[in-house]
Design a binder for this molecule. Structure first.
Ligand code: CDP
Ligand code: MG
Length: 137
Protein backbone atom coordinates (compact mmCIF):
# COMPACT_ATOMS: atom_id res chain seq x y z
CA UNK A 1 0.00 0.00 0.00
CA UNK A 2 1.15 3.50 -0.73
CA UNK A 3 -0.14 6.87 0.39
CA UNK A 4 -1.39 8.61 -2.75
CA UNK A 5 -3.23 11.64 -4.05
CA UNK A 6 -5.82 11.48 -6.84
CA UNK A 7 -8.07 13.94 -8.63
CA UNK A 8 -11.83 13.69 -8.31
CA UNK A 9 -14.52 15.71 -10.08
CA UNK A 10 -18.16 15.76 -9.03
CA UNK A 11 -19.70 16.33 -12.44
CA UNK A 12 -22.59 18.62 -13.53
CA UNK A 13 -25.32 15.96 -13.33
CA UNK A 14 -24.46 15.43 -9.65
CA UNK A 15 -23.85 19.04 -8.55
CA UNK A 16 -27.15 20.06 -10.18
CA UNK A 17 -29.04 17.35 -8.25
CA UNK A 18 -27.56 18.41 -4.87
CA UNK A 19 -25.56 15.19 -4.51
CA UNK A 20 -22.26 16.74 -3.40
CA UNK A 21 -22.77 15.88 0.27
CA UNK A 22 -23.83 12.29 -0.37
CA UNK A 23 -20.87 11.70 -2.70
CA UNK A 24 -18.32 13.23 -0.32
CA UNK A 25 -19.75 11.06 2.44
CA UNK A 26 -18.83 7.98 0.38
CA UNK A 27 -15.24 9.21 -0.14
CA UNK A 28 -14.72 10.12 3.52
CA UNK A 29 -16.56 7.05 4.78
CA UNK A 30 -14.26 4.81 2.76
CA UNK A 31 -10.98 6.19 4.05
CA UNK A 32 -10.20 9.03 1.65
CA UNK A 33 -9.52 12.56 2.90
CA UNK A 34 -10.09 15.82 1.03
CA UNK A 35 -6.76 17.65 0.69
CA UNK A 36 -7.90 20.35 -1.73
CA UNK A 37 -11.29 21.39 -3.05
CA UNK A 38 -12.87 24.07 -5.24
CA UNK A 39 -16.01 24.67 -7.27
CA UNK A 40 -15.80 26.13 -10.76
CA UNK A 41 -17.34 26.05 -14.21
CA UNK A 42 -14.81 24.90 -16.80
CA UNK A 43 -14.44 26.83 -20.03
CA UNK A 44 -14.77 24.80 -23.25
CA UNK A 45 -11.00 25.21 -23.66
CA UNK A 46 -10.34 23.77 -20.20
CA UNK A 47 -12.74 20.90 -20.92
CA UNK A 48 -10.94 20.10 -24.20
CA UNK A 49 -7.53 20.16 -22.53
CA UNK A 50 -8.61 18.13 -19.50
CA UNK A 51 -10.07 15.34 -21.65
CA UNK A 52 -7.39 15.52 -24.37
CA UNK A 53 -6.73 11.76 -24.09
CA UNK A 54 -10.22 11.17 -25.56
CA UNK A 55 -9.73 13.57 -28.49
CA UNK A 56 -10.27 10.90 -31.15
CA UNK A 57 -13.27 9.27 -29.49
CA UNK A 58 -16.77 9.81 -30.98
CA UNK A 59 -18.10 11.16 -27.68
CA UNK A 60 -15.34 13.79 -27.21
CA UNK A 61 -17.29 16.91 -28.32
CA UNK A 62 -20.34 15.99 -26.23
CA UNK A 63 -18.12 15.17 -23.25
CA UNK A 64 -16.37 18.55 -23.47
CA UNK A 65 -19.70 20.43 -23.76
CA UNK A 66 -21.15 18.49 -20.86
CA UNK A 67 -18.23 18.93 -18.44
CA UNK A 68 -18.22 22.69 -19.23
CA UNK A 69 -21.99 23.13 -18.95
CA UNK A 70 -22.46 23.72 -15.22
CA UNK A 71 -20.39 24.02 -12.04
CA UNK A 72 -18.28 21.06 -10.94
CA UNK A 73 -16.53 20.32 -7.63
CA UNK A 74 -12.89 19.34 -8.10
CA UNK A 75 -11.00 17.74 -5.24
CA UNK A 76 -7.73 16.12 -4.38
CA UNK A 77 -8.49 12.93 -2.45
CA UNK A 78 -5.70 11.43 -0.38
CA UNK A 79 -5.09 8.16 1.43
CA UNK A 80 -3.66 4.65 1.16
CA UNK A 81 -4.04 3.46 -2.44
CA UNK A 82 -6.17 6.54 -3.11
CA UNK A 83 -6.11 6.16 -6.92
CA UNK A 84 -7.50 2.61 -7.03
CA UNK A 85 -9.69 3.13 -3.98
CA UNK A 86 -11.38 6.14 -5.56
CA UNK A 87 -12.03 4.12 -8.75
CA UNK A 88 -13.61 1.38 -6.61
CA UNK A 89 -15.84 3.85 -4.76
CA UNK A 90 -16.87 5.37 -8.12
CA UNK A 91 -17.82 2.10 -9.85
CA UNK A 92 -17.69 1.26 -13.57
CA UNK A 93 -17.94 4.00 -16.23
CA UNK A 94 -21.30 2.63 -17.40
CA UNK A 95 -23.67 2.69 -14.41
CA UNK A 96 -25.36 -0.44 -15.81
CA UNK A 97 -22.11 -2.29 -15.03
CA UNK A 98 -21.34 -0.56 -11.72
CA UNK A 99 -21.25 -2.63 -8.54
CA UNK A 100 -24.04 -2.04 -6.01
CA UNK A 101 -23.22 0.67 -3.50
CA UNK A 102 -20.79 2.53 -5.76
CA UNK A 103 -21.39 6.19 -6.61
CA UNK A 104 -22.25 5.43 -10.21
CA UNK A 105 -24.64 2.59 -9.28
CA UNK A 106 -26.35 4.85 -6.76
CA UNK A 107 -26.44 8.16 -8.61
CA UNK A 108 -25.34 8.11 -12.27
CA UNK A 109 -28.03 8.78 -14.87
CA UNK A 110 -26.22 7.20 -17.85
CA UNK A 111 -22.73 6.50 -19.20
CA UNK A 112 -22.36 10.13 -20.28
CA UNK A 113 -23.89 11.61 -17.11
CA UNK A 114 -22.09 9.41 -14.64
CA UNK A 115 -21.64 11.80 -11.69
CA UNK A 116 -17.90 11.55 -11.03
CA UNK A 117 -14.45 11.57 -12.60
CA UNK A 118 -11.40 9.94 -11.03
CA UNK A 119 -7.78 9.71 -12.16
CA UNK A 120 -6.96 6.23 -13.53
CA UNK A 121 -3.17 6.01 -12.90
CA UNK A 122 -0.28 7.61 -11.03
CA UNK A 123 0.63 9.54 -14.14
CA UNK A 124 -2.89 10.85 -14.81
CA UNK A 125 -3.34 11.74 -11.12
CA UNK A 126 -0.21 13.86 -11.29
CA UNK A 127 -1.29 15.60 -14.50
CA UNK A 128 -4.88 16.15 -13.36
CA UNK A 129 -3.97 17.46 -9.89
CA UNK A 130 -1.52 19.87 -11.49
CA UNK A 131 -4.22 20.92 -14.01
CA UNK A 132 -6.51 22.23 -11.25
CA UNK A 133 -4.17 22.75 -8.31
CA UNK A 134 -0.76 23.78 -9.69
CA UNK A 135 0.50 24.69 -6.21
CA UNK A 136 -0.51 21.37 -4.63
CA UNK A 137 2.39 19.50 -3.10
O1 CDP B 1 -14.60 8.26 -16.38
P1 CDP B 1 -13.92 6.95 -16.67
O2 CDP B 1 -12.42 7.01 -16.46
O3 CDP B 1 -14.56 5.80 -15.93
O4 CDP B 1 -14.18 6.62 -18.22
P2 CDP B 1 -13.36 7.02 -19.54
O5 CDP B 1 -13.34 5.84 -20.43
O6 CDP B 1 -12.04 7.66 -19.18
O7 CDP B 1 -14.29 8.09 -20.23
C1 CDP B 1 -14.33 9.42 -19.76
C2 CDP B 1 -15.77 9.88 -19.73
O8 CDP B 1 -16.28 9.94 -21.05
C3 CDP B 1 -16.76 8.95 -19.00
O9 CDP B 1 -16.75 9.11 -17.60
C4 CDP B 1 -18.06 9.36 -19.62
O10 CDP B 1 -18.56 10.55 -19.00
C5 CDP B 1 -17.67 9.69 -21.05
N1 CDP B 1 -17.99 8.57 -21.96
C6 CDP B 1 -19.11 8.67 -22.76
O11 CDP B 1 -19.82 9.68 -22.72
N2 CDP B 1 -19.44 7.63 -23.61
C7 CDP B 1 -18.67 6.52 -23.67
N3 CDP B 1 -19.01 5.54 -24.50
C8 CDP B 1 -17.54 6.41 -22.84
C9 CDP B 1 -17.21 7.45 -22.00
MG1 MG C 1 -10.97 8.04 -17.46
Amino acid sequence: MAYEHTLSIIKPDATSRNLIGKIIQLFEGNGLSISACKMLTLTQEQGKEFYIEHKERPFYDDLVSYISSEPVLVQVLSGEDAIAKNRQIMGATNPADAEAGTIRALYAESIDRNSVHGSDSTQSAKREINFFFPDFT
